[in-house]
Ligand binder design. Structure first.
Ligand code: 5AD
Ligand code: SF4
Length: 431
């Protein structure tokens, strides 16, 4: 690795969820303060940071095979540093990871994001002489930015490895979250996604008074420059009227709700230990719709959980239609180490999971298409994040008929769609 800070470059890549991406962004920021400039070219990098994921078997494999392929990079960059972070690193452990991948230099699992600056300082002090701190070369955010408001998870869903790799919940203080929001807004961020594993469980204090998740939504929405606020992912059990009312009160909080259901079958939901049944999940969605006119709802479905029958799976399909979902993320169950459900026989055959995934994707495509078609002729608000394209409040991408500059929010009339992308034109208004 070069010893002169001005010339050092970092290539960062995150596998997995937005939380993993946010962690990698935070760690990249720490490296930027230590003189690393971000590069999108692996070949010109002096350090590579890989955020790994372990929530599903497949996600972990992808991350590990990427790390395996970095061996080649190390051969051509013998002075380069490979840093592996994230949930798979936490699960596997530094010792075992370095044994399997001797070209890895530093492992910092998902419980070490907050202590990463000191970990990296001690790592760098062993590799290169002490270096002056330079100002961050990495831009903190684009138009859309994330705000990690809590880490870890106190829920105990029987299939989920997250509580064990990320640890128990800890909530960031409101002042710290708002400080980060202000900095990112000053740097040009217009949309914030509040992140946490069961994000609506956040609570803290503001100006000496207790504050809940709903209050935090309002506080972030009031930061100068902020145009939109989203959050991901709330837990249905904790999604109450206070949160829905806060969303309704603050026009900058988008009327879009991603509420992971996981299954539509009461028997499977009980085995998953989600703490709610189909009827109460649907009642929560109905409550949100009552308080938030025009609300769009999306969800996560986990298929092929142990013992899931055709009838259970049919309940998941019908749930999507009944709740009026406009889209969904669908996942094939994989047993994860140490979770209660990993003790159950993973008895839904691979081909059956595959078939169920195809059926779910087909239904999701149908529901999204029907929703997007229903928007034709209607006006939507678009936050432009690339010249001429942006996102509607519901999260779908919109292509405009004018090269509007990033950062602006415009009203546009939908004229059609290409797949899941809306086409829209900006109406001429009389002066
Ligand atoms: N297998 C498959 N999907 C899982 N998820 C969590 N754990 C597992 C698992 N063991 C899915 C859930 C969750 C999303 C982030 O990942 O649907 O909402
Ligand atoms: Fe996992 Fe459940 Fe926590 Fe989500 S709420 S991270 S699925 S344990």
């Amino acid at each position: 690795m070069k010893t002169h800070p001005a010339g050092r470059k970092l290539f960062a890549h995150a596998f997995g969820c937005q939380m993993s991406a946010a962690d990698v962004a935070e760690m990249s920021g720490a490296l930027a303060k230590r003189g690393f400039a971000l590069t999108s070219e692996l070949d010109e990098a002096d350090a590579v940071l890989v955020g790994t994921c372990t929530v599903r078997d497949h996600a972990e494999h992808r991350a590990l095979s990427y790390i395996g392929r970095l061996r080649e990079w190390k051969t051509s960059h013998p002075e380069g540093a490979i840093i592996v972070a994230g949930c798979a690193a936490e699960r596997i452990g530094g010792g075992e990871l370095k044994r399997r991948f001797p070209h890895v230099d530093l492992v910092a699992g998902s419980k070490s994001v907050e202590s990463f600056p000191s970990i990296v300082d001690s790592f760098l002090s062993k590799r290169a002489p002490a270096e002056p701190k330079t100002s961050p070369a990495v831009s903190a955010s684009g138009i859309s930015a994330t705000l990690t408001i809590m880490r870890g998870c106190d829920a105990a869903c029987s299939y989920c490895i997250v509580p064990s790799v990320r640890g128990p919940e800890s909530h960031r203080p409101a002042g710290e979250i708002l400080g980060e929001a202000r900095l990112k807004a000053e740097a040009g961020a217009r949309e914030f996604t509040l992140l946490g594993q069961a994000v609506n469980g956040w609570h803290g204090a503001f100006e000496g008074r207790p504050a809940g998740f709903g209050d935090l939504l309002g506080l972030v929405a009031s930061v100068p420059g902020v145009e939109r606020v989203r959050f991901m992912s709330p837990h249905p059990l904790r999604f109450d009227e206070t949160v829905a009312r806060a969303m309704a009160e603050h026009p900058k909080v988008v009327p879009a709700l991603h509420l992971p259901a996981q299954s539509g079958s009461d028997r499977i939901l009980a085995l998953m230990r989600r703490g709610y049944d189909r009827a109460s999940y649907l009642a929560t969605v109905a409550m949100a719709r009552r308080l938030l006119p025009g609300l769009t709802v999306t969800t996560d479905i986990l298929l092929g959980f142990p013992t899931e029958t055709e009838a259970d799976f049919a309940d998941s399909l019908s749930l999507l239609s009944e709740m009026g979902a406009v889209s969904a993320f669908c996942f094939k169950y994989s047993p994860r180490q140490g979770t209660p459900s990993s003790l159950l026989c993973d008895d839904v055959p691979r081909e059956v999971k595959e078939e169920r995934l195809v059926l779910l994707h087909a239904l999701v495509a149908e529901l999204s298409a029907a929703y997007l078609d229903s928007l034709v002729g209607r006006e939507v608000s678009v936050l432009v994040d690339e010249p001429g394209t942006g996102r509607a409040a519901d999260g779908f991408r919109v292509r405009l008929d004018e090269p509007v500059l990033p950062g602006r929010v415009v009203s546009a009339v939908v004229s059609g769609r290409a797949g899941n992308i809306l086409m829209a034109h900006i109406p001429r208004r009389k002066a």
